[in-house]
Design a protein around this ligand. Structure first.
Ligand code: IMP
Ligand code: MG
Length: 178
């Protein structure tokens, strides 16, 4: 498939599933080296990261655990503004080596929320692994330690990423047609 239509938008093939797997393989090798002798806990941020998390996990030869979380945002009292909550994190993460697993880091707003909520629980370390990074959009200071691929500021779908709920099942990544 070279073109797909989701809702009202057309998308064209951008990164093949074979290329994605190669890049995840290389990223997994780096993590295996960096975490030799450690037992990292991967914390995958749903929904978008589920496919990447599964394939990355298969590349790991170090002993690793995984947990899936969701970020919920709601408005608290008038003075407190928007509040974020990490849903699903039942593990005790104090003293653990955490690897946050994201589908895509765009502006980094989501990442900062997750990062702050994790660091306040005093893990030993927190690093970030993302399938995709948009370096031209990212404007935060948290280091993105492991990015499988960097892309320009195009809107993409597939391999876990959606356009209004659709497209997550695609094996390849598609870019919006201008
Ligand atoms: P950020 O908070 O601006 O970094 O955006 C992160 C979230 O926005 C991701 O977890 C995705 O859900 C969504 N997102 C950002 N860029 C794209 C894209 O190109 N396609 C699909 N979703 C995207
Ligand atoms: Mg989304």
């Amino acid at each position: 498939m070279t073109n797909v239509t989701l809702h009202d938008k057309q998308f064209e093939l951008y990164i093949s599933g074979a290329d994605i797997r190669k890049r995840i393989g290389a990223l997994g090798e780096k993590i295996n080296v960096d975490y030799t002798g450690k037992k990292p806990l991967l914390i995958a941020v749903l929904n978008g990261s589920f496919m990447f998390a599964a394939d990355l996990m298969r590349e790991l030869t170090v002993q690793a655990e995984i947990s899936f979380v969701k970020v919920a945002s709601y408005h608290g009292s008038v003075s407190s503004g928007a509040v974020s909550e990490l849903i699903g994190l039942t593990e005790h993460i104090e003293g653990r080596d955490i690897i946050v697993v994201e589908d895509i880091v765009d502006t980094g707003t989501t990442l900062v929320k997750v990062y702050d909520m994790l660091t306040e629980r005093h893990p030993a370390s927190v690093r970030v692994a993302t399938l995709l990074l948009k370096p031209d959009a990212y404007n935060k200071s948290i280091p993105v330690d492991y990015a499988a691929m960097e892309i320009p500021n195009d809107f993409i779908v597939g391999y876990g990423l959606d356009y209004d709920g659709l497209g997550r099942n695609l094996r390849d990544i598609y870019k919006i047609k201008s």
